[in-house]
Design a protein around this ligand. Sequence first.
Ligand code: ADP
Ligand code: MG
Length: 268
Amino acid sequence: MRILSVTSGKGGVGKTSIVSNMAVSLAKQGKRVLVFDGDLGMANVDIFFGVHPQKNLQDVMEGAPLRECLTPVAQNLDLLAGGSGLYGLCHLNAFQRREILAHIAEMNYSYDYLLIDTSPGLHDHVLHLNSVADECMVIITPDPSSFTDAYALIKVLHQKYRAQKFSIICNQVSDEKAGAQLYLRFADVAQQFLPIRLNYKKTVPFDPQMKLSNQLQRLIVRQDAKSVSAQAITGLCSEIVSQNQMVASPFEVVKSLDILFRPASGHA
Ligand SMILES: Nc1ncnc2c1ncn2[C@@H]1O[C@H](COP(=O)(O)OP(=O)(O)O)[C@@H](O)[C@H]1O
Ligand SMILES: [Mg+2]
């Protein structure tokens, strides 16, 4: 199971839109996908999927077996819902966070991909979820505050968890050229001041069709596969699958399990 986190410094940049569409796209490509709604306390991936979870992370924390708390979304695609308006969930301690990840690690052989949607910002649980991912995908938009907040998140992840590699997704830009320019500006600043490596992952253009689909609780990759946003997200998923086919090795599987069980560094 390859763990991909989708994160940002600032809210409203498109994390949940991208995670939910990526999940459907990967599942359509025959991959077994588990989505973990890690936007703890404010979880809403279920809304995007149009499902009504009977159980969520809260039940797992109260001792229910994880398998019984998953919500089937489509063929090859399940959701571990995060629970909304649950104060306790956004104040998990380090032990509880590790416990959740240990439960999820038990799913290692049942799924090809674990996609984690996170809260925005610098909360400990956001940092921890990103630190266990094989690939941390940070979303930036042309909004200047998304730029500075993404920089802050990467800086803290580097300082606290020694994370060094990040993938950047440019969302809500006018076109691919504008996305590449945005990436270059960001990479220029970030790599100048931090000893990290950035990887330009994808541009997802601003697409009114996607906005409309989201409002209607329909996923754009299902609704209009030819739209610019759906094409970008499908392309992103195809690239992820082909890259993983090239690099996947037994060593990697062992490594990802090891990371999940390793205590988080830093304070609780
Ligand atoms: N590429 C895009 N084109 C148009 N609207 C988008 C795009 N990505 C996200 N949005 C819109 O931006 C808003 C925030 O998206 P959301 O996925 O909820 O962000 P986050 O999870 O980061 O808070 C929503 O109204 C969504 O429809
Ligand atoms: Mg969200």
